[in-house]
Design a protein around this ligand. Structure first.
Ligand code: T5A
Ligand code: NA
Length: 213
């Protein structure tokens, strides 16, 4: 019997919805067979530039450039992700292409529409499932909110619309996206819901080919 490839599980959402918390708990629960990868990956040279952009409002970059850096930061991990999946390991992603498109498109810069934003990520591995965390209440009371460039209520509203529009317009090109309502729910409650949604995906038999975005 040939070895099953691993599954690519993505957790997306607005700022401070609990993505990193849930990704860590999920990876921990999956154990040895799982890897956790966070985007932006601030540990690389490109990631360091992104970090400066996010934390220092005075650091100027054209919107097109920072968009392409976020995308390039995902391409830096592409071969590693492919390798892990083909070796039978599961990969948990903390943000990915959909953040890349939604945050950039929400800037409403002429020429940077959704299609343009998506183009630089074409060819990356497609997630087997995407969980989209939504908090109906404002996230700005959660610790740390407001420290980085995009953490402003009005901009977050625009990002929210972009995420929804993106999931709608992608249609069949967009793999399974499941909305997880985290409003008023504890970390443990959300974790159980995440686990219940992910488990059937892990059990799904699948051939070893990876599909791409
Ligand atoms: N971005 C990102 C782009 O513009 N383009 C891209 O291509 C990509 C990949 C940084 C920014 O970059 C933008 C999006 C962002 O604006 P980031 O590094 O993911 O992206 O941002 P972080 O600051 O690391 O993460 P977030 O702000 O998105 O927070 P999380 O991961 O959603 O939230 P988390 O888990 O850190 O939790 C936040 C706080 O809430 C508590 C936690 O303990 C923590 O204190 N919390 C809860 N409290 C109550 N109830 C619950 N259920 C809770 N869950 C968590
Ligand atoms: Na995070």
């Amino acid at each position: 019997m040939t070895k099953q490839r691993g599954k690519l599980i993505l957790i997306e959402g607005l700022d401070r919805t609990g993505k990193s918390t849930q990704c860590s708990l999920l990876a921990e629960r999956l154990g040895e067979r799982a890897h956790l990868i966070k985007f932006p990956d601030r540990t690389t040279g490109i990631g360091a530039l992104i970090n400066t952009y996010l934390t220092d409002e005075a650091f100027a970059l054209p919107d097109e450039s920072i968009h392409l850096l976020f995308s390039a930061n995902r391409w830096e991990q592409h071969a590693a992700i492919e390798g892990m999946l083909l070796a039978g390991q599961h990969v948990v992603l903390d943000r990915y292409v959909y953040s890349g498109v939604a945050y950039s498109a929400a800037k409403h810069v002429p020429g940077m529409d959704r299609e343009w934003c998506y183009a630089s990520d074409r060819g990356l591995v497609r997630p087997d499932v995407t969980l989209f965390l939504v908090n109906q209440e404002s996230n700005d009371t959660r610790s740390g909110f407001g420290e980085e460039r995009y953490e402003k209520a009005a901009f977050q509203e625009r990002v929210r619309s972009e995420f929804h529009a993106l999931f709608e317009t992608l249609g069949p090109r967009c793999d399974e996206v499941v909305t997880v309502d985290v409003t008023g729910r504890s970390i443990q409650q959300v974790q159980q819901q995440v686990w219940d949604l992910v488990q059937p995906v892990l059990d799904e038999p699948i051939d070893s080919t990876l599909s791409t975005l």
